[in-house]
Design a protein around this ligand. Structure first.
Ligand SMILES: NC(=O)c1ccc[n+]([C@@H]2O[C@H](COP(=O)([O-])OP(=O)(O)OC[C@H]3O[C@@H](n4cnc5c(N)ncnc54)[C@H](O)[C@@H]3O)[C@@H](O)[C@H]2O)c1
Length: 356
């Protein structure tokens, strides 16, 4: 039984649908038969995965800045969604350091606007709000962070996402928990990798941009570790969360971590070597001097609560996660911009015996 059929013909609003994660989510939901309306301010990269996917050409889209409450409310109330996935955000730490005010407005005020719309929303709805693992006050500890750990970001991006969570909690306690028609939960995931990401200052996009020009990529720190989870695994988690909100009323208002289930920490160098197995002509060099902003150390997520309540965990081992990603870019650069996202989504769901 394909449980994702629950989304068939359902009205689903996705904010930030044109972004990296948003485009994967929109494609998945489209494959599951949803009636989608996407709201986004812009395309955050060039090339854009969203623009390149032929399957997304006919998705209804509205260009809107979610800081504009009145227009945002009008759109939601006219569309009357059954589900909302809220992803719209200024999602980059470095950009947040250059433009903190816009980051706070988009991430905190934008989320507050959604909460305010929900406060007066009359129809039954399930809402998944996407924040980040960066909401935790990072004390550089070795142990994984649990949902109950202290919030607080040191840079504007992290702080604005933590700010959004404080707004969410207060709206839940003051209004939403008393409304019988609204069920929502918050999803905190770490960095994800996968095809179609061309953002600046992320490892894989930096690599593929250099390799596509036959240049070596300059790496800041070969021994630093990352979560290495594929975007489809986290998108699958968001969908599981939306499904469970329908059935398990005790998860209403809860937050969930979405981190990789592997115990081993893989380094940047392990990732590059793994990519080289699939894409032999890739090259890298260690960057000598660095005057870049200081990156926080690895923050691990404890996802036991998510496993318990949603039965979610990552299922692809490190080598397969990297293979999925490098195959995607290899196809794109070697086969005249061929997009294999739908093929990869289908392949992923076959692991659960779900044929799309
Ligand atoms: N990519 C990751 O590794 C990662 C990790 C943790 C959390 N997240 C979170 O997931 C979400 C999606 O991230 P992404 O990597 O796809 O980012 P992205 O930059 O690729 O996409 C961001 C999307 O939000 C939209 N947007 C930004 N500001 C907006 C505004 N004011 N009004 C309307 N739309 C606006 C953009 O147009 C775009 O569609 C974000 O909330 C981000 O914080 C991402």
């Amino acid at each position: 039984m394909n449980k994702f059929k629950i989304f068939n013909k359902k009205k689903i609003l996705i904010t930030g649908h044109t972004g990296f994660k948003g485009s994967w989510l929109t494609l998945c939901l489209k494959l599951f038969g949803a009636k989608i309306l996407g709201i986004s301010k812009n395309f955050t990269s060039n090339p854009s995965h969203y623009k390149l996917c032929p399957e997304l050409k006919k998705v209804k889209s509205i260009k809107l800045d979610i800081k504009e409450l009145i227009k945002f409310r009008k759109i939601v109330n006219k569309f009357k969604p059954d589900y909302i996935f809220h992803l719209a955000a200024q999602a980059y730490v470095k950009k947040s350091l250059n433009d903190p005010i816009d980051t706070w407005k988009s991430n905190t005020l934008g989320t507050l606007n959604l909460l305010e719309i929900l406060r007066h929303y009359k129809k039954k709805i399930n809402v998944v709000i996407i924040t980040s693992d960066k909401v935790y006050y990072n004390v550089e500890k070795k142990e994984a962070y649990k949902e109950s750990d202290t919030l607080g970001g040191k840079d504007p991006y992290s702080a604005s996402k933590a700010g959004a969570e404080i707004a969410i909690k207060s709206y839940y306690e003051s209004y939403l928990r008393h409304k019988k028609n609204i069920y929502f939960a918050v999803a905190r995931a770490g960095n994800v990798i996968g095809g179609g990401d061309w953002s600046n200052d992320r490892l894989i996009p930096d690599c593929v941009k250099a390799w596509s020009k036959n240049k070596p990529v300059m790496i800041r720190n070969l021994s630093s570790t990352r979560p290495w989870q594929h975007v489809i695994e986290v998108i699958n988690g968001y969908l599981e969360l939306a499904i469970k909100l329908n059935k398990k009323k005790n998860i209403n208002g809860e937050t969930f971590n979405f981190g990789p289930s592997t115990k081993k920490n893989y380094k940047v160098e392990d990732c590059l070597k793994e990519i080289k197995k699939n894409w032999p002509d890739v090259k890298w060099k260690k960057e000598k001097k660095t005057n870049r902003f200081k990156e926080a150390g690895l923050l691990k997520l404890d996802s036991k609560k998510t496993l318990k309540h949603l039965n979610w965990k990552t299922i692809m081992p490190f080598n397969e996660t990297i293979k999925f990603t490098s195959e995607w870019y290899k196809n794109f650069y070697n086969n005249k911009a061929q997009i294999i996202t739908v093929r990869q989504i289908k392949k992923y769901y076959q692991k659960f015996n779900i044929n799309i």
